[in-house]
Write a protein that binds this ligand. Structure first.
Ligand SMILES: O=P(O)(O)O[C@@H]1C[C@H](O)[C@@H](CO)O1
Ligand SMILES: Nc1nc2[nH]cnc2c(=O)[nH]1
Length: 314
C-alpha cells in the first residue's frame, strides 16, 4: 500500500505503519539535512515550553499542519514541534512544545503518536518533562524529580497506549517496563546538576504516579497514591514512555515539582474528631503549576542542555 500523502484524512487509531511514515516524510521533506535525523526528542511539560528557546537553527511546525497530529488545548502548551541544534555539540534535537493529554479527550494512541514519528526520524533518546504534585514530603516545590519508575493507574485499569493490534515494526507484543527509565541517563542528570552547581538535593529520584486528570486528587486519593508507593503525581509522560520503550528509545524523565499535594485528613465536622484537625492545606490550581514552571524555567533549560552535552554517544 503506498503511504498516504499529508493532505489525506488520517485515522490515528489506524495502527498501519503508513500513517507514521506519512508524518515522518512530511517533516523530513521540510527540514534541512542537519536537522532531519534528530537524535534526541524532548517533550515539554506544563509551563516548560521555554526549554526550546536555547536551540539554534530552529525550524518549527504547527501541530495542525503535521499529518496525524492532534491539537494541544491546554494553557502553557503552545502546540508546535521545534527542530534545532542544542548544546556545545550541536546535537540535532526535536522539541514538542506542548504535549497532548488523555484528559483533553484524545485517545492514548493520539497522544503518543509523535513518539513513533520521532522513532522513524531516528530519535534514540527521549527526555520527557512535566509538572507534578508532591505526595512525598521529601519533595518541595521547585525540586526536580528524576523518574526511576512509574505507577500507571489508568494502565492498570486497562488504558495502555499499546492496547489493540501490536505494530511489530515498532516492538514486541509484551514489552518489559521494569527498565523503563535509563540508569545511565539518570546518572548523567545528577552529574549535570553537580556541574551546574545546583544546591544539593535539587534533584531527587522519584516514582511518578500517572493519573487521568483533569481534576486534581482528593485527599483520600492522594493518601492512597502515597501508600502504594508514589512520590509524585502527574497527568502525563507515562503513555509517552511506554510507547518509547516499546520501540527501543531510551528514556529520561524529569519532572518539576510545582505544588504540594494535600494529603491531610482535612477539617472534621464531628466534634469527637476535632482533636484530629490538621493544618489547612491550600487548594492546587493550574496557575500555580504554570508559575512554578516560569520560575524554574532557566534551571530546567540549563539542566536539559547540560545533560545532552554530557551524553557520550550524542
Ligand atoms: O504536561 P504536564 O504533565 O506538565 O501537565 C501537568 C498535568 C496537567 O496537565 C497540568 C495540571 O496543572 O500540569
Ligand atoms: N495529578 C496531578 N497532576 C499535577 N500536575 C501538577 N501538579 C499536579 C498535581 O497536584 N496532581
Amino acid at each position: 500500500m503506498p503511504p498516504p500523502t499529508h493532505d489525506q484524512t488520517y485515522n490515528t487509531e489506524d495502527v498501519s505503519i503508513a500513517v507514521f511514515t506519512a508524518a515522518a516524510n512530511y517533516l523530513r521533506a521540510r527540514l534541512p539535512s542537519e536537522l532531519n535525523s534528530p537524535k534526541v526528542a524532548i517533550i515539554c511539560g506544563s509551563g516548560l515550553g521555554q526549554l526550546a528557546d536555547t536551540i539554534e537553527n530552529k525550524v518549527e511546525f504547527a501541530y495542525e499542519d503535521i499529518p496525524g497530529f492532534v491539537s494541544s488545548t491546554v494553557p502553557g502548551h503552545l502546540g508546535k514541534l521545534a527542530f534545532g541544534l542544542i548544546g556545545d555539540k550541536r546535537i540535532p534535537t526535536v522539541f514538542m512544545v506542548g504535549r497532548f493529554h488523555f484528559y483533553e479527550g484524545h485517545t492514548l494512541k493520539q497522544i503518543t503518536f509523535p513518539v513513533r514519528v520521532f522513532k522513524m526520524l531516528g530519535v534514540e533518546i527521549l527526555i520527557v518533562t512535566g509538572a507534578t504534585g508532591a505526595l512525598s514530603r521529601e519533595f518541595k516545590v521547585g525540586m526536580i524529580g528524576v523518574t526511576t519508575d512509574h505507577i500507571s493507574l489508568p494502565g492498570l485499569a486497562g488504558n495502555n497506549p499499546l492496547f489493540g493490534p501490536n505494530v511489530s515494526a515498532f516492538g514486541p507484543r509484551f514489552p518489559p517496563m521494569s527498565n523503563a527509565y535509563d540508569y545511565d541517563l539518570r546518572v548523567i542528570a545528577f552529574k549535570a546538576a553537580d556541574y551546574l552547581r545546583f544546591p544539593t538535593g535539587t534533584l531527587k529520584e522519584a516514582i511518578y504516579t500517572f493519573v487521568g486528570g483533569p481534576s486534581f486528587e482528593t485527599r483520600a486519593e492522594a493518601r492512597y497514591l502515597s501508600l502504594i508507593g508514589g512520590d509524585l503525581v502527574g497527568m502525563s509522560t507515562v503513555p509517552e514512555v511506554i510507547v518509547a520503550r516499546h520501540c527501543g528509545i531510551k528514556v529520561l524523565g524529569l519532572t518539576l515539582v510545582s505544588n504540594m499535594v494535600a494529603i491531610g485528613k482535612g477539617k472534621c465536622a464531628d466534634p469527637a474528631e476535632q482533636d484530629l484537625n490538621g493544618i489547612e492545606e491550600p487548594l492546587v490550581n493550574h496557575e500555580e503549576v504554570l508559575q512554578t514552571g516560569k520560575e524554574r524555567a532557566l534551571d530546567m533549560q540549563k539542566l536539559v542542555k547540560t545533560i545532552i552535552d554530557l551524553i557520550p554517544s550524542t
